[in-house]
Ligand binder design. Structure first.
Ligand code: AMP
Ligand code: MG
Length: 470
């Protein structure tokens, strides 16, 4: 993660709140029905005539006179669909295995070799013919040694044994291995005191054959998958170039943790959480210093961030006078949707700023995290075509049994924080702290979110869908 260097924060007292009243409010501010306050005729003509895409259509007013449509109060599925109209760009690069941890495979990897390459021993011991070792105490003549990385071992015939190391090629004629612990050597003879097992032979290609695909595109390169890439003969891998995502918290009250607080100020935490989530999704996070609640400052900052692949803002998207991210996006950006049928996390918007996809996440700390989990993470994963099971992920969808009543939300998908724990073959869910969307402690005291459909309560004993957060 990188931190973009910017100007020092001015103190709260020096910030101007005067600019807002000088800018005319947009006529179309449907949430406050501003246009309805105009005389009836004027209000009518202020309404642009656009065909509605859904019944929930809203309209954005842009200074340049462009009036694109936006949707309001969308479902989570619709929000993801709309955001995917502006996916992250997918570029690839080739890197060495040493650089591969956490990167995402751009193309499937097929094996360049059989694995194992040849029949070999799984044990240190003796390669034998099983029928020679039926009765305990059989004596065999040692005719040589099969070593790893060595020459082709001698073939054996009945009555003979060949010393063998783990991983060394099986001599022709041998069909079983006796562990060294089950043998006694004297001179050129070996006495067999234990079983001769065919199961101690690792057969050629029993794991993978040449040309077999073992790592699909979109896989996150974990330590095991890096090792498998090596096993298959790949010293370099083609991965998705990390998209660069800028993160901008907004709010006059925000101060970086670790500094002194003046009256009315609070510590800024959202950008830190969002940066870590962005990185967990295989992208590069560039955390920008918080912007004040000022149209001019927002405009300048968003312009400077428009060179990134995407922008995440937090704060300023609700219905308040000072929710300027929403306002600047309405007036000067391009909004695809505003508000979602979600609780918590209702206010987000998505659109573009100078062509760059922008998620306006809520300021309330829990809401901004939750919306990342359910909206931004799937958008990243689908944009970059991550593998569903083997790609990076922040949560697993699971079924949990509620241990207490949990209320849903009218008309909204309800994401209550729950603590999930496995017990006797099932997952049980309880709540611990209060569920305020400003209570970040609740995101730590819990490890999951309910997926209660709109208008559905969850009674104790009921099995419901949930996200188990990783
Ligand atoms: P807003 O959406 O800007 O109205 O903010 C809603 C609430 O979240 C307010 O109480 C803010 O102080 C708080 N908040 C906004 N941004 C952040 C942030 N980056 N870190 C912590 N709290 C925040
Ligand atoms: Mg704010």
């Amino acid at each position: 993660m990188r931190v973009a260097s910017t100007k020092p924060l001015p103190s709260l007292q020096t910030r101007s709140r005067k600019e807002l009243p000088n800018i005319p409010r947009p006529l179309h501010d449907l949430q406050r029905n501003t246009w309805l306050q105009l005389p009836a005729k004027q209000a009518q003509s202020a309404l642009p005539q656009y065909p509605a895409r859904t019944q929930e259509v809203g309209i954005t007013l842009q200074r340049g006179g462009v009036w694109p449509t936006m949707e309001k109060g969308v479902s989570l599925e619709r929000a993801i669909e709309l955001a995917l109209q502006y996916p992250l760009p997918k570029h690839t690069e080739t890197i060495t295995l040493d650089e591969a941890r956490g990167r995402i495979l751009a193309s499937a990897l097929v094996s360049k070799v059989d694995d194992p390459r040849f029949d070999n021993s799984a044990m240190d011991g003796f390669a034998v013919i099983a029928s020679d070792c039926q009765s305990p105490g059989a004596e065999l003549t040692i005719i040589g040694t099969s070593q790893t990385g060595g020459k082709t071992p001698p073939s054996i015939t009945s009555g003979q044994a060949c010393r063998i190391m783990t991983g060394a090629p099986l001599p022709t004629g041998a069909d079983a291995i006796v562990m060294v612990e089950d043998t006694e050597v004297e001179g050129g003879q070996v006495t067999i005191n234990g079983p001769a097992r065919t199961g101690y032979i690792r057969r050629r290609a029993e794991n993978l054959s040449i040309g077999q695909e073992a790592l699909p595109a979109g896989t996150i390169l974990s330590s095991a998958s890096i090792a498998l890439a090596g096993t298959m003969g790949h010293g370099e891998v083609e991965v998705i170039e990390k998209p660069r995502i800028a993160i901008l918290s907004t709010g006059d009250e925000l101060v970086q943790p670790g500094t002194e607080l003046e009256p009315g100020q609070i510590y800024e935490s959202n950008s830190h959480a969002l940066a870590s989530l962005v990185e967990s999704m295989g992208c590069e996070a560039v955390r920008h210093e918080s912007a004040n609640d000022s149209m001019d400052e927002l405009r300048t900052t968003l312009d400077s961030l428009s060179t990134y692949d995407a922008i995440l803002t937090s704060g300023g998207v609700s219905m308040g006078e000072w929710d300027l991210v929403r306002r600047i996006m309405e007036e000067e950006g391009n909004i695809s949707f505003w508000r979602m049928k979600l609780r918590p996390g209702g206010p987000p918007l998505f659109g573009t700023w100078k062509g760059t996809p922008l998620f306006g996440l809520p300021g309330n700390p829990v809401s901004s995290l939750v919306v990342f989990h359910v909206l931004v993470a799937p958008w990243v994963a689908k944009s970059l075509r991550y593998h569903e099971e083997m790609g990076p992920r922040l949560s697993h969808k699971v079924s949990v049994k509620l241990e207490e009543d949990v209320s849903g939300a009218p008309g909204k998908l309800c994401l209550r924080r729950i603590r999930i724990r496995p017990e006797e073959g099932q997952l049980l869910a309880t709540t611990h702290t209060h569920q305020g969307s400003g209570n970040m402690h609740s995101m730590v005291a819990h490890n999951g979110l309910t997926l209660l459909p709109p208008d559905t309560d969850g009674e104790a004993g009921k099995v419901i869908d949930a996200l188990w957060l990783l």
